[in-house]
Write a protein that binds this ligand. Structure first.
Ligand code: MN
Length: 309
């Protein structure tokens, strides 16, 4: 059953990220913090970086989450404190699981293509998985299906009969939809999931609502399908999952459950800037990023709709 009333258009906002990059932040939002386990959605580009350095993100820590890097254009060089060193190109997935702590850096290499365009996404780890080991996966080949003018690539979780090889810890989906020409497509959805759709390039009409880059269309649970129409070439991304019930404290690059956990993660990072908890990012010459000052008030946990605890 599809009803317009079950969908909400959530405009994102621009956030400068370092000196060279501005991103559109689509999650978290005030009253819609998450879609399934997806708790952070940044869309960057398309940018012309032919005479600029592109992405320049020095070593920084993460806890309690998985990072998902997905490119439409460009190249990023990933290094982390497990010793991983991986170039990622469009159509490939980098998935880093922080467990209790990891550090990584992401740089556009000096010799790079002129375009830069992609998504940086976080998945919150459920309590049962968040103290596990840190891991890194690179998936150069992902399941895809071509149906007429639409190509769907399942990046994480599953959609229809396709399942991504990426390790995830809650039932979810992350998938790219690409159209090469005007299309009208009915996409089957898992009705126990909530979903969000964003446009990376081009424009679309989704469930009857016009959708442009810069906004996230939220779709409540209970849908078995959604209609996506495009007037020409377009690239969209579908997020979804079972609603994530655990309230989270998200601050800087940390996802935890309490103020005390965040304070401890910050001080573990600042004490050694990449010491024993997070490790050092070998091969990265840039100095690690110091954490910002904590706010003067206690950090509070929020549920997926922004209610504080
Ligand atoms: Mn990161």
């Amino acid at each position: 059953m599809t009803q317009i009333a079950d969908s909400v258009l959530l405009p994102g906002h621009d956030v400068p990220l370092g000196r060279w990059t501005t991103v559109r932040r689509l999650l978290p939002q005030k009253e819609r913090r998450m879609v399934g386990a997806w708790c952070f959605v940044d869309h960057f580009g398309p940018d012309d970086v032919s005479s600029r350095p592109g992405m320049q993100i020095p070593p920084h820590p993460h806890t309690g989450l998985q990072t998902v890097t997905w490119l439409a254009e460009g190249v990023i060089e990933h290094r982390d404190s497990l010793g991983s060193h991986q170039l990622i190109s469009p159509g490939q997935l980098n998935l880093m699981t922080s467990g209790n702590g990891i550090a990584h850096s992401e740089f556009t290499p000096p010799d790079h293509p002129p375009g830069m365009h992609g998504l940086q996404l976080w998945l919150a780890l459920p309590d049962a998985a968040r103290h596990g080991p840190a891991t890194f996966e690179h998936h150069p080949i992902l399941p895809a299906l071509a149906d007429g003018t639409v190509t769907i690539t399942v990046v994480a979780g599953s959609l229809a009969d396709l399942r991504s090889p990426a390790t995830v810890h809650t039932p979810l989906v992350g998938a790219e939809l690409r159209t090469a020409a005007p299309s009208r497509y009915s996409l089957d959805l898992e009705p126990t999931f909530e979903h969000g759709l964003l446009v990376m390039s081009g424009s679309a009409t989704v469930a009857g609502s016009p959708l442009e880059p810069g906004s996230l269309l939220y779709l409540a649970r209970g849908r078995t399908s959604v209609t996506v129409e495009t007037a020409g070439p377009a690239r969209l991304f579908l997020l979804g999952g079972e609603p994530f019930d655990e309230p989270l404290v998200m601050w800087w690059n940390f996802v935890g459950r309490s103020h005390e956990e965040i304070v401890a993660a910050r001080s573990d990072w600042m004490a050694e800037l990449g010491g024993s908890r997070f490790g050092t990012v070998a091969g990265c010459s840039a100095p690690p990023l110091p954490a910002p000052e904590l706010p003067s008030v206690r950090l509070r946990a929020r549920d997926r709709q922004g209610k504080t605890f």
